[in-house]
Each structure stands twice: as structure tokens, then as C-alpha cells.
Design a protein around this ligand. Structure first.
Ligand SMILES: [Zn+2]
Length: 205
């Protein structure tokens, strides 16, 4: 089924409308009056034939930052890409590109958050004067090094903002499909920070 035949959330929204919709959902969350939209069995069945998400969100994997809850959305609404930080990789960039090219999302949100363990670790290692990160297990040195570059000069309280801005810049630089969609006016890329304490999402780009 082609995208235009699907009667699902997100279809036809402009980039600004999509961002307003996510912010409205976040406001409902903060007000304590979430709608919990599109979470019924009917809503699940409505997306069997395809998806038209209103946005792709590249967010941290942190269990305290569940994207559908943060933005009060449901089935079919958010194309979620999550990686610690978040960080840019072939996988995370390619996932965003899939949403932009194949699903034609009008909005990409890069969402960092306060109290992020990955950002704290990156900052600690960057300011310790040592290369302890090389002793981290598995692929973590590579991941933390990527975050470390973007937060090493930031005040701890500013690190989520700095990192969101850096990821937006990096994503735009590394992805031709994202750049082209932005240039064509059919995509907006927003960097934002989520507060675990208050539940608020604030745009920082
Ligand atoms: Zn995090």
C-alpha cells in the first residue's frame, strides 16, 4: 500500500505542525493529563497495513526517557531510534534516513536528557586527564569517545544542550538525504533536551 492511501497519524503534517504536535503531547504529560492516544487494540490493528509516523526521534536508550510516553503518542506515531547518548553511527544515521526517505517524516528530533549516565561518563573521562575510557569493555570506548568530543568543554549542566546541538550538526553533515530534505523545505531537524525531573522537553536548536 502506498503511503498516500494510509489514514494514519502524521500524514500530511508540515514540519512545524509535527513539532507542535509533539510539544502538545509533552505539555499534556507535564500537566498530568495525558491522552494516551492510539494505544488500543484498534489502534494496533490500524497500523498493520503500514506506518506514517509524525516524526523520527533519535533519543537516548535510557529507560527513563520512553519516547511515546514523553510525547504522549501511541502506535504509529514515532519512528524511534535509540542509542546511548544518543550517538551517531551507521545504524542510527541509516535508521533516521529510512524514516526520512521511505516514510517521509516531516520532522527529526534529536533528544538528549539531563542526568544522562553516558554524558556524565564522557565528561568524567574527558576532564580526568586520563584515557580511562580505553579500559571500558566491548565497544563502549568508541561510543564514549564520540560523546566525549562533544561534551569535553561543556559545563555539566550544559552538556545535554551541547550534545544535542552537536548531534544535530553531525547528522546534517553526515547525511545527504537529511540535508536534501531540509533544503527542500519538507524536513525540520530539531535538537531538544528532556528533563527527567520535570518531564519538560525544551528545543535547543
Ligand atoms: Zn542518556
Amino acid at each position: 500500500m502506498i503511503r498516500g492511501e494510509l489514514d494514519l497519524p502524521g500524514g500530511g503534517a508540515t514540519p512545524d505542525e509535527a513539532w507542535a504536535e509533539l510539544l502538545a503531547g509533552n505539555q499534556r504529560l507535564r500537566d498530568g493529563t495525558p491522552d494516551y492516544p492510539r494505544r488500543s487494540q484498534d489502534a494496533r490493528e490500524a497500523v498493520v497495513s503500514g506506518q506514517r509516523p509524525i516524526a523520527a526521534v533519535l533519543g537516548c536508550s535510557d529507560s527513563r526517557v520512553p519516547l511515546e510516553i514523553v510525547f504522549d503518542q501511541g502506535y504509529g506515531d514515532i519512528f524511534a531510534v535509540r542509542a546511548v547518548g544518543p550517538t551517531l553511527s551507521i545504524s542510527s544515521i541509516g535508521s533516521v534516513e529510512y524514516a526520512v526517505v521511505e516514510l517521509e517524516v516531516p520532522l527529526v528530533v534529536v533528544l538528549t536528557h539531563h542526568l544522562c549516565g553516558a554524558l556524565a561518563t564522557a565528561r568524567h573521562l574527558a576532564t580526568s586527564g586520563m584515557d580511562e575510557y580505553a579500559d571500558l569493555p566491548g565497544m563502549l570506548p568508541e561510543v564514549i569517545a564520540g560523546i566525549r568530543r562533544s561534551t569535553s568543554l561543556a559545563d555539566p549542566a550544559d552538556a545535554p544542550t551541547q550534545h544535542a546541538q552537536d548531534v544535530v550538526t553531525g547528522l546534517t553533515e553526515r547525511s545527504a538525504p537529511v540535508r536534501e530534505a531540509v533544503a527542500a523545505g519538507r524536513l525540520r531537524v530539531v535538537g531538544a533536551v528532556y528533563s527527567i525531573q520535570t518531564g519538560e522537553v525544551i528545543a535547543v536548536t
